[in-house]
Design a protein. Structure first.
Length: 150
């Protein structure tokens, strides 16, 4: 008898963006993200009895690098950073981070990437837009909902 093992991919997430131009929705973008190796290593250290602080997620960053994410990514390129609007925990295994890039934020930036940052500024998760660029101008606002699963 062969035992089938199913791998669970803990620490996953999904980012949903609603992009508005002059108040009208021009795009809804919803796709998976990649959680960086640092947060995964912190959890493994704690499980092994080596206490490491698990830092909260506090900020969102947008930047210009469209290269596909890897677990070793350390930062968002040419980052514009701002505090999250809200962090909620709708169920024991889910955290939802909401943010808004206002019409006055990040103008002139060619946004190709998004990142969630921990309280020390380290990158928790990153997502790029697969070649699609948001040419951020004062008539564009972005609402974001980043859902994280453990």
């Amino acid at each position: 008898m062969k035992l089938e093992l199913t791998e669970r991919h803990g620490l996953a997430g999904r980012l949903r963006l609603v992009i508005r131009r002059r108040g009208r929705v021009v795009e809804i973008d919803d796709d998976d993200n990649l959680v960086m190796d640092g947060p995964r290593a912190d959890i493994a250290s704690n499980l092994a009895g080596v206490p490491v602080a698990i830092l909260p997620i506090t900020h969102v960053a947008v930047g210009t690098n469209g290269t596909a994410p890897t677990g070793q990514d350390q930062a968002i390129t040419n980052a514009f950073t701002k505090p999250l609007l809200q962090v909620t925990r709708p169920s024991p295994m889910v955290v939802v981070c909401t943010f808004q890039i206002l019409s006055s934020d990040a103008n002139g930036l060619a946004i190709r990437e998004f990142g969630l940052l921990r309280s020390d500024g380290s990158l928790y998760a990153r997502r790029t837009r697969g070649g699609k660029v948001i040419e951020k101008d004062s008539d564009i606002e972005i609402d974001g909902e980043w859902t994280l699963y453990t």
